[in-house]
Ligand binder design. Structure first.
Ligand code: PGA
Length: 253
């Protein structure tokens, strides 16, 4: 079975102590992941080491960064490289979150560079794609998402493509409380998988996990994750409450 992943994206929330307490409360619930199930905590950079040491004894719990820089190293004050993440044994990195695209001007071409560096340093990218509301309303969301995949991922050879996790996050659903319907999520996930199959063959396309993100909550995770092409979630707001995130972890297939 494909990896099923509950990924928490804390964004720029929580103090260090609040973050520690949240992790403690989640770990106290002692939820055992099945071998194909993973929990990932994408935390602010200063909390990476603390989070890694909190989860390192737990099977299939991992730490992620929320971003990395698109250049390898050098005079980029304030930035963090994929190599640095690797040196801290960080397993995953979110790449191309819509907030980074929108507020920090990240382009599909820059994201391709980030993807390459993450893979070079054995950090698994969680590549985010998804359309804004106007595109959804015009009915051109498939073309929009296809361009994101082509321009940031489809240069990869199959050997490295298999290490990618994709997160489909319709921008109109992020932080708005407006979730995509299960039908909208399943349709787009199946479309993404069909594009992966076209580029890399059906077998590889079946191995790639595609997470849904955008107002995943304790009360809708079960039905979203039950969709055949939805392999878990990338969760913002609801990952900041232990009880909510625990229920989302429990909802994994
Ligand atoms: P949300 O955020 O769950 O608060 O909508 C999801 C995300 O941006 O990853």
């Amino acid at each position: 079975m494909r990896k099923q992943i509950a990924a928490a994206n804390w964004k720029m929330n929580l103090t260090f102590h609040q973050g520690e307490k949240l992790l403690d409360n989640i770990l106290k619930a002692d939820i055992k992941m099945n071998p194909h199930q993973y929990t990932v905590f994408a935390v602010p950079f200063p909390y990476l080491l603390m989070t890694r040491s909190e989860v390192e004894e737990e099977a299939n719990y991992y730490v992620a960064a929320q971003n990395c820089h698109h250049k390898k190293n050098g005079a980029y004050t304030g930035e963090v490289s994929a190599e640095m993440l690797h040196s801290l044994a960080v397993s995953y990195c979110i790449v191309g979150h819509s907030e980074r695209r929108e507020y920090f001007g990240e382009t599909n071409a820059m994201l391709a560079e980030k993807i390459n560096l993450c893979l070079q340093y054995f950090v698994t990218p969680i590549f985010c794609c998804g359309e804004p509301l106007a595109i959804r309303e015009s009915g051109t969301q498939n073309q929009f998402v296809e361009a994101q995949l082509k321009e940031s991922l489809f240069h990869l050879p199959a050997e490295t493509m298999k290490d990618i996790v994709i997160a489909y996050e319709p921008i109109w659903a992020i932080g708005t409380g407006k979730t995509a319907t299960t039908q909208q999520a399943q349709e787009m996930h199946a479309f993404i998988r069909s594009k992966l199959a076209g580029q890399y063959g059906p077998q590889l396309s079946e191995e790639i996990s595609i997470l849904y993100g955008g107002s995943v909550k304790a009360n809708n995770a079960g039905e979203l994750f039950a969709c055949p092409d939805v392999d878990g979630g990338l969760v913002g707001g609801a990952s900041l409450q232990a009880d909510d995130f625990i229920q989302i972890m429990r909802a994994l297939k």
